[in-house]
Design a protein around this ligand. Structure first.
Ligand code: ARG
Length: 463
């Protein structure tokens, strides 16, 4: 009887003389969102209880009962028959309460040598470790698409831009691979962040550690943590690993947003460089001709909320005295939102990119107008012995001459060119075509097909 009365109350109700107000339950409850941690909570509890038994802190037969109870709860949650209760605050309390209800007072042994403070830190780390792995896989898949497009289109030329002004001809492949490199650094950032996520906080208890003879290294082995945290106060009070994850996410989103912005421009009538697949665009409710790049716009837009999430957690943490404070419960929603946003953006962009068509004619055309090979003329003159500054000036005059006459560099005849410098001879025609300009960029990591193909090869040779 006494046991069932216990279940009517909160698990921490001992020192309270009044029932919590409903408004307080509603205000403090996190179950609506931290329910997502249930699998990790159970996984952590099973490891914890097995350590308690091994250390003879609780009897082995009780540990067995607890483990069985937790596994049953796991099945119920999985099958949708488990009812989470708002008045039980959070996922940890819900599961512990259900356990005690299921197996009786022995379930109350589970929380020996543990606090929700190290428990929530553990669950968050387990969750973020998994999701970081997922995000790294998605980045890799996206990179594969970029490399495959680059490999398929090595002959497509386009203008490279600075200040959104046509600057020099480049290979489309080279441009696409620029994003490969950004994503590679993003992946490395997540991998690096993972090292600091992957540290076991459990065993720190509320903040001071515990007087029970626990074996933290054993728990770390069970949960596949390569390291155990070194300071119990730090373990329960920092969320820098969450902020770091969000910061890596922000940079990733920055890159995805720039890519989106470029494809929005390239898809416009004004550029016409790409055709987005119909299945990945949307129409307008009023203008029948429209085919809008909404996916790209939304990736660009969602970047803002991922930044916002990072700022939320940084601001939430900055004034907190050690150790745990309830403010820290506010880390979860921005974290979950960042995980969901980043994963969905990577996934949808990756699928869309696979079906994107490039308009090689439009891209080629754009390299003809705009004097993109002017730098090549200057370099030609330097190779003929002229100091670069002078060559720059002479080439500038040639461009200005073209503008006056309404000509392109490629259709100037040798006489017209010679008028600007005696050093120019007929071999210049080999230097000022778009093809020659690109072929000539043989410096390491330049846009010549040789360099681009070599980079693709190096990427493919990486495992
Ligand atoms: N729901 C809480 C959180 O997310 C769990 C930890 C509660 N600890 C406590 N001492 N109230 O942070």
């Amino acid at each position: 009887m006494k046991f069932y009365l216990t279940l009517m109350k909160k698990l921490w109700s001992g020192r309270f003389r009044e029932k919590t107000e409903k408004i307080v339950d509603d205000f403090t409850s996190s179950i609506s969102f931290d329910v997502r941690l249930w699998k990790y909570d159970i996984e952590g509890s099973i490891a914890h209880v097995s350590m308690l038994a091994k250390q003879k802190i609780i009897p082995a037969k009780d540990a067995k009962l607890i483990t069985k109870g937790l596994m049953d709860i796991s099945e119920e949650i999985e099958s949708g028959t488990f009812r989470f209760r708002d008045d039980l605050e959070d996922v940890h309390m819900n599961i512990e309460h259900a356990l005690i209800k299921k197996i009786g007072p022995v379930g109350g042994m589970l929380h020996t040598a543990r606090s929700r403070n190290d428990q929530v830190a553990l669950d968050t780390r387990l969750y973020l470790r998994d999701e970081t792995g997922e995000i790294m896989k998605l980045i890799k898949a996206f990179q594969r698409v970029l490399v495959s497009l680059a490999g398929k289109h090595v002959e497509i030329v386009m203008p490279g831009y600075t200040h959104l002004q046509r600057a020099q001809p480049v290979l489309l492949s080279h441009h696409l691979l620029a994003y490969y490199e950004m994503l590679e650094r993003d992946r490395e950032r997540f991998a690096d962040c993972l090292k600091r996520i992957n540290v076991l906080p459990l065993g720190s208890a509320a903040l001071a550690g515990t007087s029970f003879p626990i074996d933290r290294k054993y728990v770390a082995r069970l949960l596949k943590f390569p390291a155990v945290s070194e300071n119990s106060i730090d373990s329960v009070s920092d969320r820098d690993f969450v902020a770091e994850f969000m910061s890596a996410s922000s940079l990733l989103m920055l890159h995805l947003s720039r890519l989106s912005e470029e494809f929005i421009l390239w898809n416009s009538e004004e550029f016409g460089f790409v055709h987005l697949p119909d299945a990945f665009t949307t129409g307008s409710s009023i203008m029948p001709q429209k085919k809008n790049p909404d996916i790209l716009e939304m990736v660009r837009g969602k970047t803002g909320r991922v930044y916002g999430n990072l700022i939320s957690i940084l601001s939430m943490m900055k004034g907190l005295p050690l150790a745990y404070n309830r403010d820290m419960q506010e880390d979860k929603e921005p974290m979950f939102d960042t995980v969901d946003t980043v994963k969905s953006c990577l996934d949808v962009l990756c699928q869309m990119m696979k079906k994107m068509r490039f308009d090689r004619e439009k891209m080629k055309e754009a390299t003809i107008a705009g004097f993109l090979t002017a730098t090549d003329i200057a370099e030609y003159l330097v190779k003929k012995g002229m100091p670069f500054r002078e060559a720059h000036e002479v080439t500038g005059n040639i461009v200005s001459y073209c503008i006056d006459k309404g000509k392109t560099l490629e259709n100037l005849d040798i006489q017209e060119l010679k008028r600007h410098s005696e050093r120019i001879t007929s071999d210049i025609s080999e230097h000022i075509t778009v093809g020659a300009s690109i072929r000539g960029k043989t410096s390491f990591a330049g846009t010549s097909p040789k360099q681009v193909l070599a980079r693709i090869k190096r990427i493919r040779n990486k495992k």
